[in-house]
Design a protein around this ligand. Sequence first.
Ligand SMILES: [Mn+2]
Length: 316
Amino acid sequence: MNDKDKILIEKLRTAKSVAIIGHKNPDGDALGSALAMCRLIEMNFGISPVCTYDGNIPEALGAVPLRSRMRFVGHLNAPAPFDVVILVDYGTARHLEFASALIENAGFVVEIDHHKNDAPIAALCFDDDTADATAVIIYEMMRRMDWRFDGDVLNLLALGIITDTGHFKFVKSGRSMRIMADLVDGGVKIGAVYDMLNNQPKKTILVEAKAAASAEFFYRDRLAVATITNRDYKNMDGRGENVLDILSRIKGVEYIALLKQQKDNQIGVSLRGRRKPVNSVAAALGGGGHLRAAGAVVRDSLENVHDRVVELFRGI
Ligand SMILES: [Mn+2]
């Protein structure tokens, strides 16, 4: 146990109310980390945290343990100031704008994150950008502080690791895999976690298959660009991982860009690099993310964003 652990324990021991918040439109790691932390605090401090989110939780994550504990931020009735607010897997402050009042009014703010962030929000930071997932950091905290846990906690942490590593494709070291081994020894069935994610609506898979089928290819087929227009966007569920996944299986494709027309002049861009980084392209579009999995939201027409993305990959 280290000094930061001791402060956290002291704050949680004396807290009468705790809120846990992840980034907007939570993914498997944000959701798994928030709910695992929720259960851990419940089991070890006898207090029931409020878990809140903004945006949309993909239907693919509808079957995760404790999913029903997540409360839409707009449905929190007159949230009193929380004694402790814990931010998990949030990235940068702009992903938490929806919760700024909760954070500002909190007695004490803690953050647990693996994103690179030059401007942390919290007074107490468990940040580590070498971790493959926020779930990795939480697992290590749980072990260090000798917290009690149950099967739900282990499955939620496994979910965070599996989804954020792209099913282990993006592991930066053996660290998250060693943790995964512990989780499996603790009873986690990897196949069951995968199957839990096979929970997507038919319309989503059909829209994603259509986007993959109409992809364009540039630079001797090294760049694949798929587009989902406004009309189809409403049938999406999450970020369109299936499109990225299908296109990344093509021989010779090095980079994949998925353009999602969220609104007429608002394009979500997801980028993947099979062997090389794409985060500089995301940064050039005003976004960010991980080395080989990054993205941006660009306020411009679909045509303009399309041409800019293709141009940014010129010379690859
Ligand atoms: Mn994450």
